[in-house]
Write a protein that binds this ligand. Structure first.
Ligand SMILES: *[C@@H]1O[C@H](CO)[C@@H](O)[C@H](O)[C@H]1NC(C)=O
Ligand SMILES: *[C@@H]1O[C@H](CO)[C@@H](O)[C@H](O)[C@H]1NC(C)=O
Length: 390
């Protein structure tokens, strides 16, 4: 965008009412012409509201990053304020009227603006209390998906069987369906499809009888139907880097202190999950290899008893179970190279390469952790391989 046009409205109120038409969400194609008539029409046509004494202008309302690393939208300062946003640094070297506008909202709120952060009350401090906190996202036109980034999501751990009974995040209105989420999920993300123009709601319910420092800061990004960032169907998670790390929800260091129904040490795996973790094929890459990270003994503990095993053996291929042996909690890597079975479970992982498209790992858990003991789920490194090596 090379054209920058900033009009200052300094007139008296009855003049500015017609002059200062500020659209709620202007965009790159909005043209505020040089005559007042054009300006008025722009405001009326787009059902904008009228704000006296604000600055109107033409800037590209593109995503921006605040000095502290938050996602925002480049807006004229008055429009940012009217939207309830916080001006967080400049997003133009041409005018100080263009700011990186960051939206942060909490319980009971809703938004139709891109890149809104939904936080616990008292954030950045924790919330140690009970109740239900709901936030609703209404898709604007041309939007198909919601990307949910857990910049922070710390809730209490599930029961030893993986059920979120004390605290839970429930997401309603989108697809695919998501089980209630709890425990530690900072750094995880989800992609959900909007059902037409219907909203998606996030509901966090916490039990105030259980003292725990909950923390959430959830970034909500709207993804256009035509966007290349859109996740393919069936992918609850979508990774776009050439190499990276995937892990099960609530995977983390340390055991779940809760016991399972048979009184054994519980699991961090969430119950009843069934979703796809997809990886976007990079240019000239034809397969993906999955391996265990170094120095993380519990990085593949999906089924069986993890405390009767010599800890130095955890993760090793000899403790890996495959195929029909995997019926409760397992992952599926389609068509693995040189292997007959595509299901993997147990307490070890052999290292797997697959060239099947889409690049995806399905994760499945059942509703309990018997006879499993002290499982944590999985954390795997992935690397895409050049086509010549596939
Ligand atoms: C910009 O706004 C116009 C008019 O409201 C709309 O037709 C167009 O699709 C919008 N473009 C984008 C990229 O949002
Ligand atoms: C919303 O913001 C994200 C970055 O935070 C960006 O990738 C995405 O394209 C934006 N969506 C729209 C519709 O502009």
């Amino acid at each position: 965008m090379n054209v920058w046009l900033v009009v200052f409205c300094l007139g008296v109120l009855h003049v500015s009412r017609s002059c200062c038409a500020v659209q709620q969400r202007s965009n790159v194609t909005d043209v505020i012409g040089s005559s007042e008539l054009d300006v008025v029409q722009a405001g009326v046509q787009r059902s904008g509201r009228f704000f006296p004494f604000y600055t109107i202008g033409r800037i590209a309302n593109v995503p921006c990053t605040s000095p502290s690393g938050l996602s925002g939208t480049c807006l004229i300062v008055g429009e940012c304020k009217d939207n309830g946003g916080l001006a967080s640094g400049s997003c133009s070297s041409r005018t100080n009227q263009a700011v990186c506008c960051v939206y942060t909202k909490s319980c009971g709120g809703s938004t139709d603006l891109n890149s809104t952060y939904f936080t616990n009350s008292g954030f950045p401090g924790p919330y140690n209390g009970g109740g239900t906190c709901t936030f609703t996202v209404n898709p604007s036109s041309g939007i198909c998906q919601l990307r949910i980034d857990f910049r922070s999501l710390t809730l209490s751990q599930p029961t030893g069987d993986g059920s979120c009974t004390t605290d839970r995040l429930t997401i309603v209105g989108g697809s695919p369906a998501v089980v209630p989420i709890c425990g530690e999920n900072t750094g995880q993300h989800l992609y959900l499809n909007f059902a037409g123009s219907s909203p998606i709601s996030l509901r966090i319910a916490t039990n105030g009888d259980v003292s725990f420092n909950r923390l959430w800061n959830i970034e909500l990004s709207q993804i256009a139907c035509a966007s290349a960032e859109r996740a393919p169907n069936g992918c609850l998670q979508y990774y776009t880097d050439e190499t990276g790390e995937i892990s099960s929800l609530n995977y983390g260091l340390g055991e779940n202190p809760a016991l399972n129904t048979i009184g054994a040490r519980g699991s961090r795996q969430l119950a009843n999950t069934n979703y796809g973790i997809c990886i976007r094929p990079a240019a000239a890459k034809c397969s993906v290899s999955y391996s265990l990270p170094p120095n993380d003994r519990y990085a593949f503990t999906l089924s069986d008893n993890a405390i009767v095993i010599d800890p130095t053996l955890l993760g090793s291929a000899m403790l890996s179970a495959t195929g029909a042996a995997c019926t409760t909690d397992f992952i599926i890597i389609p068509n693995p190279t040189g292997m007959t079975a595509d299901r993997f479970c147990g307490l070890g992982f052999p290292g797997v390469t697959s060239s099947a498209r889409p690049f995806v790992v399905y994760t499945v858990t059942n509703g309990n952790e018997t006879p499993d003991v002290a499982n944590r789920g999985f954390r795997l490194l992935y690397t895409q391989n050049a086509c010549s090596a596939a």
